[in-house]
Design a protein around this ligand. Structure first.
Ligand SMILES: [Zn+2]
Length: 114
C-alpha cells in the first residue's frame, strides 16, 4: 500500500499549512500526479477517503487528482515526445540519449480552505 504512505504524507503537509493559516477546515486538496509516477490515482483517492475522514480538519475533503502527462526530451535532436508511447528511445532520431522532463510528479498543487 504505497498510496497509503503518500496519503499520510499529504495529510501531514496539509495539516501544517492549515495550522500556519489558522484554517479550521480544508475542503479540497489538488494533487499533480505524473503519468509515469508509481501512484495509481484510484487507490490514492480510496486511501484518502479512508484516512482523511478520520481527521476533523479533513472530514469530507475532496482529493482532486490531476494527471501530468509524461514527456521525454532527446538530447541529440532536441525533440520532445510522449514517454508512454515511445519510452526511452527517441522516435525522431532513434537516440537513447533522452531524459524525462515531466510526468514523475507527486506533489500538492493547491489547498482550499473552507
Ligand atoms: Zn532524437
Amino acid at each position: 500500500m504505497h498510496e497509503l504512505g503518500i496519503v499520510f504524507y499529504i495529510i501531514r503537509d496539509v495539516k501544517q499549512v492549515a495550522e500556519e493559516n489558522h484554517a479550521g477546515h480544508i475542503s479540497r486538496v489538488v494533487m499533480n500526479i505524473g503519468e509515469v509516477s508509481t501512484i495509481v490515482p484510484d487507490y490514492l483517492t480510496d486511501c484518502w477517503r479512508w484516512a482523511a475522514d478520520k481527521e476533523d480538519l479533513l472530514r469530507g475533503c475532496i482529493l482532486d487528482v490531476r494527471t501530468v502527462p509524461a514527456v521525454t526530451r532527446c538530447e541529440d535532436c532536441g525533440a520532445e515526445y510522449g514517454t508512454v508511447a515511445h519510452g526511452k528511445i527517441c522516435p525522431h532520431c532513434g537516440s537513447a540519449n533522452t531524459y524525462l522532463i515531466q510526468g514523475n510528479e507527486v506533489e500538492i498543487k493547491e489547498i482550499e480552505v473552507s
